[in-house]
Design a protein around this ligand. Structure first.
Ligand SMILES: [Zn+2]
Ligand SMILES: [Zn+2]
Length: 343
């Protein structure tokens, strides 16, 4: 089979690999669509990831496909079924799993290798996080299940209400998913970001207003100006993953407001917050990481009931051979959203 292998910094190659044979409890999936993702771009740029994979490694983790073959002991699945899976599964027995936080599992098992013709799913992922794609949902749209599950947990944490002002920092795929969910909750959504096409997509996703970073000399005052009585947004959702964005989120929210720090920052970075602001303005600072099997199921249900417009998130289709060029392009393209890679 053809598969993308990550060797190091900005070094991904397409190679011929033997088609894996499913062992006990395992399932082999024939990939129909895989999606590019900001996390993959980060891994591509850095040449690896402490938790997710060690190079050289098969690469890619958002996909939809058909079951090709099942391993010994599998009775719930059969070849030909349309499926999607999360990119990880918790152990269910460690300290955090036992405390009901499987997203923080100390032994989270990851699977990578969706940029390929076939992907072998380990038994634990088959058991915890393999789901059938509902009939009305395309493989590409179903592949959004995993990133949307992470975003969904973020939305549940800050719980935007009707008519609240929600500022979203960042207009990448994650920012755009937040726009759709916050708008759906009836909030008034403002997006601060860059890239004309992404910002235009934010408007079509339900944002009431966009602020283009490229044209603002003082983003903080521009944000306040468009909120009731210039007090700042009720909620700020940070979807950038840079310390400066975290600090900005805390500085612009209104007194009594809520902040979601969603984007993971580079390793060994620090932020500095004004203690007076946090205490006397009673700010609620929240953060979420990854997804749970429950959120994965809720996410797929949202996609299936048509609540999420996948066409605003997946803007291109490309063959697997083009993957290295697409990832290189994403390093500098401020307008890239998600590309569906079709093997
Ligand atoms: Zn992802
Ligand atoms: Zn665990």
């Amino acid at each position: 089979m053809k598969a993308a292998v990550l060797y190091g910094k900005e070094d991904v190659r397409l190679e011929q690999k033997p088609v894996p044979e499913p062992g006990p409890g395992e399932v082999l999936v024939r990939i129909q669509a895989a999606l590019t993702c900001g996390t993959d771009l980060k891994v591509f740029r850095n040449g690896g990831h402490a938790k997710m994979l060690k190079v050289p490694a098969l690469f890619g983790h958002e996909f939809g496909g058909l079951i090709e073959k099942t391993g010994p002991g599998i009775t719930a699945w059969r070849p030909g079924q349309r499926v999607v899976a999360a990119n990880s599964a918790p152990c269910r027995s460690c300290f955090t799993c036992r405390r009901g936080q499987p997203n923080l599992c100390e032994d989270l098992l990851f699977v990578n290798g969706a940029y390929a013709e076939f992907l072998l799913l380990p038994a634990r992922i088959v058991k915890e996080n393999l789901l059938e794609i509902p009939k009305n949902l395309s493989f590409q749209a179903a592949a959004l299940t995993e990133p949307l599950a992470c975003v969904l947990r973020g939305v549940q944490a800050v719980n935007p209400k009707k008519n609240e002002t929600v500022l979203i920092l960042g207009a990448g795929p994650v920012g755009l998913m937040f726009v759709q969910l916050a708008a759906k909750a009836g909030a008034r959504v403002i997006v601060l970001g860059k890239g004309a096409k992404r910002l235009e997509a934010a408007l079509r996703s339900g944002a009431e207003m966009i602020l283009d970073l490229a044209t603002l000399s003082d983003p903080a005052s521009a944000i306040r100006k468009v909120t009731p009585q210039s007090k700042g947004p009720d909620i700020v959702i940070e979807a950038v993953g840079r310390p400066q964005a975290w600090e900005q989120a805390v500085s612009v929210v209104r007194p009594g407001g809520r902040i979601l720090l969603f984007g993971g920052c580079p390793a060994d970075t620090q932020v500095s917050f004004d203690t007076r602001r946090i205490h006397y303005d009673e700010l609620s600072i929240l953060s979420v990481f990854h997804h749970t099997p429950e959120a994965i199921r809720q996410s797929l249900a949202l996609l299936a009931d048509g609540s999420i417009r996948s066409d605003l998130l997946i803007t291109r289709e490309s063959p697997l051979d083009d993957l290295p060029a697409i990832l290189r392009g994403m390093l500098t393209d401020q307008d890239a959203v998600k590309t569906a890679i079709l093997p």
